[in-house]
Design a protein around this ligand. Structure first.
Ligand SMILES: Nc1ncnc2c1ncn2[C@@H]1O[C@H](COP(=O)(O)OP(=O)(O)O)[C@@H](O)[C@H]1O
Ligand SMILES: [Mg+2]
Length: 276
């Protein structure tokens, strides 16, 4: 945990795009908010961020991270991050969103120090969920440094993705991240492929912390409706898997589900302090 930070910063990272980061980030933010925590969802996929699309927020009309960064740099004394956050509201649940720049070219004006300073101004949230772009950019590295938890999202359904997964996880180890804070989460765990997740665990040298099932229809219906699956009345196993994953952060006992994990948030906290 970053020293002096009171928010729990949960970053969703992967080494391949299109594998479910934004789906997980929006659902995690919604699930934590549903349990009564104050949550901000920050979209750091600066050029092709989908958070606004997935939540049906009018990206072109609302303040973005660029507006916030500019304002903070211009007048730090009078800066109030709340003026730049937009609330997602649905099914009686509300959480804040900080969107990426609206135009692709504006992404070049976002810098790492600006993002870290913005994160500091958001420290009043209990959880800050950060969605990212799939790369080891300077920005992602800085954000992972200050993250409490890095959810490293994996899929085991095509060979290049597994190659990227292996080289990415090896890089994480080389960079010296506390392995307690890195969680390998297998998405689309039961997709119909010839690649056995157990073999992927062997390649990585570490078991998956949690597995989320494959259900393209449920996820896609939720994206099209603009309502995170976790807030819907779907009785799908996918919703339950995500609900149980959220419970690992809030120490809530799991609903019946076939998903598996290696212990709850409190166990993780205990491990962290033992390690420290
Ligand atoms: N568990 C899942 N089962 C089936 N489809 C999924 C699952 N998670 C995500 N998807 C689908 O994968 C696609 C890419 O998801 P997205 O969250 O945008 O990925 P990323 O942010 O990593 O690029 C979307 O169409 C989404 O519906
Ligand atoms: Mg995305």
């Amino acid at each position: 945990m970053a020293k002096g930070r009171s928010s729990i910063v949960v970053t969703i990272f992967s080494t391949t795009s299109g594998i479910g980061k934004t789906s997980l980030a929006t659902n995690l933010a919604a699930g934590l908010a549903q349990e009564g925590y104050s949550v901000c969802l920050m979209d750091l996929d600066l050029q092709f961020g989908d958070v606004c699309n997935y939540l049906k927020l009018p990206h072109e009309k609302i303040p973005t991270i660029l507006d916030a960064q500019d304002a903070l740099q211009k007048d730090p004394e009078n800066f109030d991050i709340r003026e730049f956050l937009t609330d997602y509201e649905g099914h009686g649940v509300s959480f804040s969103v900080l969107p990426p720049p609206y135009k692709i070219e504006e992404s070049y004006r976002i810098d790492e120090q600006g993002v870290l300073s913005l994160l500091n101004t958001m420290d009043y949230f209990k959880f800050i969920v950060v969605d990212t772009k799939a790369d080891f950019s300077e920005l992602n590295m800085h954000v992972m440094d200050v993250s409490t938890i890095i959810n490293f999202l994996c899929v085991a359904d095509f060979v290049p993705a597994i190659k990227n997964l292996k080289s990415g996880y090896d890089a994480i180890l080389r960079f010296g991240y506390d392995t307690n804070k890195v969680r390998l989460i297998l998405n689309r765990s039961n997709s119909q492929t010839l690649i056995d997740p157990n073999d992927v665990e062997t390649i990585l040298g570490r078991p998956f912390y949690y597995k989320i099932c494959n259900d393209f229809r449920s996820m896609n219906e939720s994206i099209q409706s603009g309502c995170p699956l976790i807030l819907s009345n779907s009785d799908s196993r996918l919703r339950k898997d995500i609900w149980n994953l959220v419970g690992l952060y809030t120490n809530r006992p799991p609903e019946d589900s076939k998903s598996s994990s290696k212990g709850g948030f409190m166990n993780w906290m205990k491990d962290l302090f033992r390690a420290g």
